[in-house]
Structures are given as structure tokens and as C-alpha cells.
Design a binder for this molecule. Structure first.
Ligand code: TYD
Length: 136
């Protein structure tokens, strides 16, 4: 399947009104997994590249709730770059894709929803090893 189809950009419902914006994300509904972990990355800047790993088990949704950043996703052959620049949009990243997050604006707060509790052993942090595991 095409990488853009595997990593859909998600648009979340805006329940805002005259009092301000409200975005709701329900696990298993707006995103294709139940949420077990939430973390967020901020005070990274335009010189930093984060991520640089693939996950054997975890699925993620990335959302810039403030500011912007980019995520580059590859399956070892094709590559997509998605700019995250709105609190109402996210990108779904399934298992076993390599990802880099970069170009963080100074006000970037990158929220990550994950399908698993943290387990460092399910991370592949070496690109050659990643290619080997996916048979490329
Ligand atoms: P890292 O995976 O390098 O961050 P990112 O992929 O977002 O750039 O994580 C940095 C450190 O934090 C590393 O020592 C692992 C630890 N960590 C946890 O303990 N729990 C977590 O859920 C995450 C994402 C990281």
C-alpha cells in the first residue's frame, strides 16, 4: 500500500465555539488504536532531528498542538514529508516505519499519542538494522 495511505493525515473535529477552540480525540474512534501513552516534545528547535527510529510494536499519532514541525516517514523505499502545523490535524504512523521529526518552530509543542506503554526494546534505532528487519 502507498505510504500516504498507510500514514493518513487525520482531521479532528473542532467543537469550538465563541469561547475558543476544543479538539477531541477519542482512542479507537478518531484514531485507529486505544491510547496507552501520551508524550510531548517541546523546546526542540530547527537544528534538531528527533525520532530516527522505527517501532516494532507501537503505533503513533503526531499532532502539533502549538507551532509546527515536519515528520519524514519512510519504509526504506518511499518517503513522505508531512508538515504538522494545526492543532486539528495529525498523522497516523503504523508499526515498522522509520520516522524523523525536524524543523521545529520555537513554539512547537508536538503531542504524540501511542498505542503502547514505553518499552525501549521495541525501538529500532539503527537504520541498517531497520532495513534488514524489513527485508530490504
Ligand atoms: P526518544 O525516543 O529518543 O525521543 P524521540 O523519539 O521523541 O526523539 O526518547 C528520549 C528518552 O526518553 C530516551 O531515553 C527514552 C525516554 N523515553 C521514555 O522513557 N518513555 C517514552 O515514552 C519516550 C517516548 C521516551
Amino acid at each position: 500500500m502507498d505510504l500516504r495511505e498507510r500514514c493518513p493525515v487525520l482531521h479532528f473535529a473542532d467543537l469550538g465555539d465563541e469561547r475558543g477552540k476544543l479538539v477531541v480525540i477519542e482512542g479507537g474512534e478518531a484514531i485507529p488504536f486505544e491510547i496507552k501513552r501520551v508524550f510531548y516534545i517541546y523546546e526542540s528547535d530547527a537544528t534538531v532531528v528527533r525520532g530516527q527510529h522505527a517501532n516494532r510494536e507501537s503505533e503513533f499519532v503526531l499532532i502539533n498542538v502549538a507551532g509546527k514541525s515536519k515528520v519524514r516517514i519512510t519504509d526504506g523505499t518511499d518517503e513522505v514529508v508531512i508538515e504538522l502545523d494545526r492543532p486539528m490535524m495529525g498523522v497516523y504512523i503504523p508499526r515498522m516505519l522509520w520516522k524523523d521529526m525536524y524543523d521545529f518552530s520555537p513554539d512547537s509543542v508536538l503531542l504524540v499519542l501511542a498505542s503502547t506503554h514505553y518499552d525501549g526494546s521495541e525501538y529500532i534505532r539503527n537504520y541498517e538494522e531497520y532495513l534488514k528487519e524489513i527485508g530490504k
